[in-house]
Each structure stands twice: as C-alpha cells, then as structure tokens.
Design a protein around this ligand. Structure first.
Ligand code: ZN
Length: 301
C-alpha cells in the first residue's frame, strides 16, 4: 500500500511519542550536541573517580526503542515486557531515555551521516559550513572531541570503531596531535561488531577513563535490507545490540574498583535511516535517541 510521506511522518511521531518509551517528546527533542557537554560535566563534577562508557549504535532509528522498551500503548510496542537483560532499559531505570536530533539546526543544516553524526556528538557542535556535506574533512583544533579534552586533562581515553573513514579522515588530525603530544588517546580499528565487542570488554578492564565504541550492525542491515520496522533483520540487529551492550554494563559492575568509581554510560546513535539510506533531512534520518545512566537534569537545566 502506498503511504504518503506526510502519513509516514505522522506515524513515526506517534510511535516515538507513545507513552512510556521516552522521557521527553518529539516536540521537546534535544540536539545531539548535548552529549559532549554531558560527558565533560560528568568528569568535572564527579565526587568519585569519574569514568564514562559511550556505546555508539550506528544507524539506529529513534523509533527502534519501541522494540526494547514497553509502552503503555500496546499498538506501538506490543504485549512485550521489557527484557531484564536490556542495556537501554537499565539506563532508563537509573537515568533516562531521550529523543534527540542530528543533521543541524535551521541555518546550519548538515548531512545526517556517520562522520557528521559522531563528530557533532563528540565535539558538541554542528560542523563547519564546508564540512556539512561529504566526508573528506578532518576535525581541526577548533573542534576538539571529548576524547581530546579529557586526554589534555590527563585522563586515559580510547576510541574503537570499524568504519575506516574515522581513522583516515575525520579524526586523523586528532590522532596525529595525540601522538605528537604524548596524549593518552588510543584509536583502535576492527572488522566486525564481535571483534569490537571483545575489545570494549578489554578496554573496560584496562582502566581507560573514557571509552567509546561504535557498533555497525543496525547501519549495515539498514543499507543491506532496509531501515525500520518492516525489516526483521534490522529489528533483530537492534535487539541483539541491546543485549551486547548489557554485557558491557555487567563488565563495568564487576570491576574490582567499581565502588570507588562513578560511571556514566551513554548509548546513542549518529543518524536514523529510511528505505536503504540516510543523509537527508527526513525526520526518519534526523531523529535519534540518547540513553543515559543518570538523569539529564544532573547535567543540563
Ligand atoms: Zn550508513
């Protein structure tokens, strides 16, 4: 059946606004640029030893949260109880789950793609005018990531990912700066989500203070067979990633020093998707999610 874009948008907004899933609404969605501020504030204000794990779910649409979190509206989330092994549910219980957006603001529109998405989350800014489209650019000194800001303060950081462009373009100047100045910023490249996952467990046990890892399966399935509800492969990829992420939460809790540490866990996506693509200003591409292990009110008023 043919559905107009207007009807698709209306359905999308209805499903993210379904009661019980998010702690804000589509109308009060937050720019993804808050993520960097939240991380830096956590390190500034913590009374114990601050630590942060940032788990990236590349290409996970915001409306995918209904596969994971039970809504009061059974028409949206079905009669499914929230899985006790869900990372998102665990963060939501202690902190919150919020609707966010990528792709820039009026007058400063950027592509809803991977390079721009993670860079804006990590730098807390929308990109320069000539960076907003395309990926052939590198963050310069005016765009320090949370990794760099923390490493300059003496914290040990790591960034693990699969997509080669992170290492060849987006963060190359930052990688060089860290090497030249002896900053504790580790950059690790992997081939699969499984490899990345083992590495993140290792990073947690290697005493890194800030750990970022970006899983690719939602984006991979989206490009391969379609983003969104109609594709069971996409849905399964998101739910499996939730379970993978839960294992990382367990890894943190089993740290010997856990009681003397103050962990902030962040799970977020860099863009959504529609059909088998993203990059546009459609709401299905622009709308993302942010799960935090502490209420957002602890960081922003
Ligand atoms: Zn993609």
């Amino acid at each position: 059946m043919f559905e107009s874009n207007r009807i698709k948008d209306k359905k999308y907004i209805h499903s993210v606004n379904a009661k019980g899933i998010f702690d804000n609404t589509y109308e009060t969605k937050l720019p993804q640029t808050v993520i960097s501020d939240i991380i830096l504030k956590h390190f500034e204000n913590s009374k114990k030893k601050p630590k942060c794990l940032f788990i990236g779910w590349d290409g996970c649409r915001a409306d995918a949260m209904k596969y994971i979190i039970k809504s009061d509206d059974e028409q949206v989330s079905g009669k499914n109880d929230t899985n006790i092994y869900s990372a998102i549910a665990s963060l939501k219980d202690n902190g919150g789950l919020y609707i966010t957006y990528v792709g820039g603001d009026k007058g400063c529109i950027q592509e809803t793609s991977t390079a721009q998405g993670w860079a804006s989350a990590l730098c807390g800014k929308w990109m320069k005018k000539d960076w907003r489209q395309g990926i052939e650019w590198s963050l310069d000194k005016d765009y320090p990531t949370a990794m760099k800001s923390l490493a300059l303060k003496g914290f040990k950081t790591s960034f693990s990912a699969i997509w080669q462009t992170h290492f060849d373009s987006t963060y190359i100047k930052e990688i060089e700066y860290a090497e030249q100045n002896g900053l504790s910023q580790l950059f690790c490249k992997f081939e699969t989500d499984t490899e990345l996952h083992s590495n993140l467990k290792e990073r947690i046990n290697s005493d890194d203070d800030f750990i970022m890892g970006i899983y690719e399966n939602p984006d991979y399935n989206g490009h391969g067979t379609g983003f969104g509800d109609e594709n069971y492969r996409y849905v399964a990829g998101v739910c499996n990633l939730d379970r993978f992420s839960y294992e990382l939460l367990c890894e943190i809790k089993s740290r010997e020093a856990f009681d003397s540490e103050d962990w902030l866990v962040v799970i977020a996506s860099d863009h959504g998707g529609h059909l088998t693509r993203h990059g546009t200003q459609k709401i299905q591409d622009r709308t993302t999610f942010l799960a935090l292990s502490k209420p957002i009110g602890d960081f922003i008023k």
